[in-house]
Write a protein that binds this ligand. Structure first.
Ligand code: ZN
Length: 592
């Protein structure tokens, strides 16, 4: 294909108008929300309700355009003062819109009465049925209202949270950020390491003594502050337990499951399968120990590299060509969508001193192709990141027949295309790689990554379920013991776990910052692997995968998957994902 343009073009967001103009038009719409409030009536015509929904969805899209334009500008130029000003104006308008549509929102949920009348169940059903694409979302918002308290109580909780539990979490982050680490590598002088990032890079070092020293520096420090971390974590757990009871959830994890739009039974089946398949990873760790010429793998060596990476530089053009070709082989629909993003100049490829780090894909709305930001440095890893973010973009384009609020998939499905993208490109690269050392390197990376997302994250959730049940009966030593037992179960006899890893729970910030979040990683990764397994058996299955992506967030995840023949509430499907990992493990073993 023709050479790519390296910077993205944001003008599509404004459709050729200038920002101020779009802002003014949006503001006019925000002011119209009040007119709609007067028309709310449980007996209203279905057509009238449909128009109301259209109004709200259009407003959401306009606000998204107004906000995304300066947001994306600041992403590539953090010093663009003008863009920051526009962002603030957009944020303020967003808050204003939220306030003005709040009463409509609460009326729909059946919480608030307007003109003396609440929206009853029967009329809600009738009206929601008139806008098929939004029906699921509307029904769910009414269901969510069942777990709401009255307005006054909600306000108290909101205020107490902002100045209470949220402050405690901030305090935890401050303690963590202020930590400095004493690093003692064998045969070197002790030195102070100021950032965690430096240490987490070192645990992937090719030298065993560096990996061990990095872990010891990290976990010793968390050990010194363990009493503080436990005090914070205990407070967070107790607050969560209290509030979830107050709202009527059946268990602490149920509140999270509801938010993820997934049933508790499915989550338990998933976690059960993660447990049942821990041996796949244990066997891999056994082989990894042999590859490192050790009798047994130490926990310090879990992320050790094996073999030799490909140090050849790859250009943005080459990376795009490789990804497009691999996607095209998988499904021409994928290639077409990805090409659309490339050819419309919706990707920003290279780093610059004022550009944000990392990579992301941003969806503005169904009528605009998504934007992808990358920071390519020319390494082989770039290709994988690019495939991931373009995967998100493909998902977004495939779901663009929906309204703005139903285009986005729910959390557990949101990483499906991105993870698949990574798997597709991995398969493509390993297929063409004849060098044995490089094959080992790639397979080891893939297996380590799978361990970290599937097994580790699943076991973090298993740990959470236990500690939430026992919080009032446990002390600081008990937490370390519980964490160590959890590690012993996931690693089995294949990995030697030094005592210092008992402190590791304090380092896992997700535990404190977003309880029960981690299983979503296992879910997303195993789902993508299971889909890929089906595709490997029957190339025609790409059509079913497309169907899943096209559904966006218009239905419950379990229902969307069912229409592609997948039952996530039964163990069978999850086994398929582990078969792919087992395949990689066997190849890794064969390469010896
Ligand atoms: Zn992602």
């Amino acid at each position: 294909m023709k050479r790519i343009q390296l910077k993205w073009d944001l003008e599509d967001i404004l459709e050729g108008k200038n920002w101020e103009e779009v802002f003014k038009k949006t503001k006019e719409q925000v002011d119209k929300a009040e007119e709609w409030t007067n028309k709310l009536d449980p007996k209203m015509e279905e057509e009238e309700f449909r128009k109301l929904m259209l109004f709200l969805e259009n407003l959401e899209e306009k606000l998204s355009r107004v906000g995304h334009y300066p947001y994306l500008k600041t992403a590539t130029d953090q010093k663009d003062k003008k863009a920051w000003q526009l962002r603030e104006k957009a944020d303020d308008l967003g808050v204003e819109a939220g306030m003005k549509t709040r009463i409509i929102d609460q009326w729909i949920k059946g919480i608030a009465a307007v003109n003396g009348k609440k929206l009853d169940e029967k009329n809600a059903k009738r009206l929601f049925g008139a806008v098929k694409d939004l029906e699921y979302k509307l029904k769910r918002s009414r269901e969510a209202a069942k777990y709401s308290l009255n307005q006054e109580e909600e306000n108290i909780i909101l205020n107490k949270d902002v100045n209470g539990i949220e402050r405690i979490k901030e305090l935890r982050t401050i303690i963590e950020t202020e930590q400095e680490y004493q690093l003692r590598v064998e045969g070197e002088e002790e030195r102070i390491v100021k950032t965690q990032a430096e240490l987490t890079e070192m645990v992937r070092s090719s030298q065993p003594e560096v990996r061990e020293a990095a872990y010891r520096a990290l976990l010793n420090k968390f050990g010194e502050n363990l009493d503080k971390y436990w005090l914070v974590y205990k407070g967070i757990i107790k607050d969560w337990v209290y509030e979830s009871k107050l709202r009527g959830y059946q268990s602490p994890i149920a509140a999270k499951n509801f938010g993820n739009e997934i049933s508790g039974e499915t989550v338990e089946v998933l976690l059960g399968e993660v447990k049942n398949h821990r041996e796949v990873f244990q066997k891999y760790f056994g082989e990894k120990a042999r590859a490192l010429r050790n009798r047994k793998l130490r926990r310090f060596d879990v992320y050790a590299p094996i073999g030799r990476g490909n140090s050849q530089k790859i250009s943005a053009d080459e990376a795009i060509d490789l990804v497009l070709e691999a996607f095209g082989n998988f499904d021409p629909g994928w290639q077409k969508a990805a090409k659309q993003i490339v050819e419309n100049n919706h990707i920003d490829y290279l780093p610059s001193p004022t550009k944000r780090g990392g990579a992301f894909c941003s969806t503005v709305g169904p009528k605009i192709d998504p934007y992808v930001m990358l920071n390519l440095v020319g390494s082989q890893r770039d290709v994988s990141v690019m495939a991931h973010e373009l995967g998100h973009g493909i998902h977004s384009i495939m779901a663009n027949k929906h309204y703005p609020s139903t285009q986005h998939a729910s959390l557990v499905l949101s990483e499906t295309a991105s993870t698949l993208g990574e798997i597709i490109i991995f398969d493509r690269i390993i297929e063409g790689e004849g060098d044995k050392e490089r094959r080992k390197f790639l397979l080891n990376e893939r297996l380590t990554e799978s361990y970290a997302t599937v097994l580790r994250q699943g076991y973090i959730t298993i740990f959470e379920e236990e500690i939430f049940n026992r919080v009032s009966k446990i002390d600081q030593d008990g937490v370390n013991q519980l964490w160590t037992d959890n590690l012993k179960e996931q690693f089995g006899d294949e990995v030697e776990i030094d005592e210092i890893f008992g402190n590791e729970w304090a380092y896992v910030s997700h535990l404190a910052n977003s309880p029960f979040y981690c299983y979503a990683y296992s879910f997303g990764q195993l789902l993508a692997l299971g889909l890929y397994k089906r595709y490997q058996q029957d190339k025609g299955y790409a059509g079913q995968i497309r169907k899943i992506l096209e559904a966006g967030g218009s239905k419950a995840p379990e229902e969307i998957l069912k229409s592609a023949g997948i039952e996530v509430s039964k163990p069978d499907f999850w086994k398929e994902g582990f078969e792919v990992i087992e395949g990689w493990r066997e190849e890794f073993e064969r390469d010896y």
